[in-house]
Design a protein around this ligand. Structure first.
Ligand code: F0G
Length: 479
């Protein structure tokens, strides 16, 4: 088979002993088994069995965290009571401390993960908002967008800047565009959203100044302001590096959260946990004034779909791991080593002349797919990013396409693909899991394919190209 030939190269920049040790450690699976599994999965990385991977599983940084000893020991204390388990009051206290909020003034709903929190907010909000509503953001994540659109609300990206300039806050909202939208179409906007860090825009941070400007505009136009706060601590670390050098990370976090009316969060990222999510809403805000039934409706929704408010779809053990995770995640020591590792990995890719987005984001290194295939006949509609991730499975490496396929759309009328966003393959680094040499192996494998870029096949969707959230479900042939 020709794909085996393309991936039969030896990694050149890693010590042989390390690569051999990877192979020895995972000796139970052969290259042939990996190929069979990839074909069986329709070359869809989400369907590929994780135990067949050799080195880096960089599909996601979500829920893939290695728990700390503090978390593991706290988890033993968590009980599994149906009402107010041991960890619940501690979780509320951890929220109050971390985000500087109080249960008296904020409604706190816990969920099993971020998308359940998004679903709760938008499914309940949709019952009252006008028909042609629109929620602007600096960059909606795929599940956030899907949850908004599933409720017949438009999810609009006012894009973060991702072109190759070395600007520090490329995740920022375009303030002029937001102002124009509020001025011209304000009555359609039930709330303004901002994702920190901006995942679909390259894991890039948003500056405190930008957040303040969004708040000021929301005040001027009477709109609630919400954060998608999945990577709030990483975002705060960048603010400390480049904007508010004299403040502590915790002070920056407090400053950020003082500016919003509420937030959704997946605690599988900066909760340092394997499971968990939350929705937090200020009880007395523009949102609750406009939609007075909302808080109660969300509480009912939570009880109907997730569980009692004091466990919200989580085990007592999950809750305890979040309590501890929130303490660790805002320490400078943890954040510097975490983001430092991502940066070192990015520099390694850059050194090998792999086109990557710079500066590097907080949780991932993003390969620029259009640049990767420059000089070949790979067009965006050929899904080169999918082919790259597919072939890397044969090297035991898993990355994630976040570009022409994940965010593009098939127009059944014109029988054409539509996409004009960022075309990335993301290498997301799980927290507390890998060392630099694990990531160097990944970079080495990507390099091996980059050197043969004109031989990389096109990815042809044979199932699911017209479906919503198609990247999770589609199957491909490589041609
Ligand atoms: N918002 C952002 C910015 C995210 O990155 C994610 C998940 C979610 C919301 C949803 O959270 O997974 O707990 O339901 N991002 C993961 C990723 C899946 O790989 O980037 P969830």
């Amino acid at each position: 088979m020709q794909w085996e030939k393309i991936t039969s190269f030896k990694t050149r920049h890693m010590p042989r002993a390390y690569v051999n040790s990877l192979v020895r450690f995972h000796h139970e699976f052969s290259d042939k088994e990996r190929l069979e599994a990839a074909e069986k999965a329709g070359w869809n990385v989400f369907q590929f069995p994780s135990e067949l991977l050799l080195g880096g599983d960089l599909l996601s940084d979500s829920g893939t965290t290695t728990l700390t000893s503090e978390q593991l020991s706290a988890m033993i204390l968590g009980d599994e009571a149906y009402g107010t388990n041991y960890g619940y009051p501690k979780l509320i206290e951890a929220f109050e401390k971390t985000f500087d909020i109080s249960e008296d003034t904020y409604e706190i709903y816990i969920f099993h993960q971020g998308r359940a929190a998004e679903h709760a907010l938008f499914s309940q909000l949709a019952q009252s908002v006008p028909k042609n509503s629109v929620v602007p953001s600096n960059g909606h994540f795929d599940t956030t967008r899907a949850n908004i659109e599933a409720n017949n609300i438009e999810a609009l990206d006012i894009k973060g800047r991702t072109e190759q300039t070395l600007e520090h806050f490329k995740g920022n909202m375009d303030i002029a565009a937001l102002e124009k939208l509020l001025k011209e179409d304000g009555e359609r906007i039930p709330l303004v959203y901002t994702t920190i860090t901006n995942n679909t825009g390259g894991g890039q941070p948003v500056s405190l100044q930008n957040i303040k400007k969004i708040r000021a505009l929301c005040d001027e136009y009477g709109k609630p302001f919400f954060l998608d706060a999945c990577r709030f601590a990483e975002n705060a670390w960048f603010i400390k590096q480049y904007e508010e050098k004299t403040l502590s990370i915790h002070d920056i976090v407090r400053n950020i959260f003082a500016l919003c009316d509420g937030f959704t969060i997946s605690l599988k990222k900066d909760g340092l946990s394997n499971m968990g999510g939350a929705l937090v809403i200020k009880k007395d805000s523009m949102l609750t004034k406009t939609y007075p039934k909302l808080l109660n409706d969300i509480r009912d929704h939570q009880i109907l779909t997730e569980g009692h408010p004091t466990y919200g779809g989580l085990t007592g053990r999950d809750i305890m791991s979040i309590v501890e995770g929130l303490k660790t995640v805002i320490t400078e020591q943890y954040l510097s080593s975490r983001i430092g590792l991502v940066r070192a990995f990015g520099e390694c890719m850059d050194f090998l002349n792999i086109p990557v987005l710079k500066p590097f984001g907080g949780h991932a290194v993003y390969i620029d797919v259009d640049k990767f295939f420059e000089g070949t006949n790979m067009g965006r509609e050929d899904f080169g990013g999918i082919s790259l991730t597919a072939l890397l499975l044969l090297k035991g490496v898993r990355l994630c396409e976040l570009g022409a396929f994940a965010f593009g759309k098939w127009n059944s009328k014109t029988q054409k693909e539509e996409f004009n966003g960022n075309n990335f393959v993301r290498c997301a680094v799980p927290r507390n899991k890998y060392e630099l040499q694990d990531l160097q192996y990944v970079a080495d494998c990507v390099k091996g394919l980059h050197e043969q870029k004109e031989k990389i096949p096109k990815a042809v969707p044979v199932y699911g190209r017209e479906l919503t959230l198609r990247h999770f479900k589609a199957r491909f042939e490589l041609k």
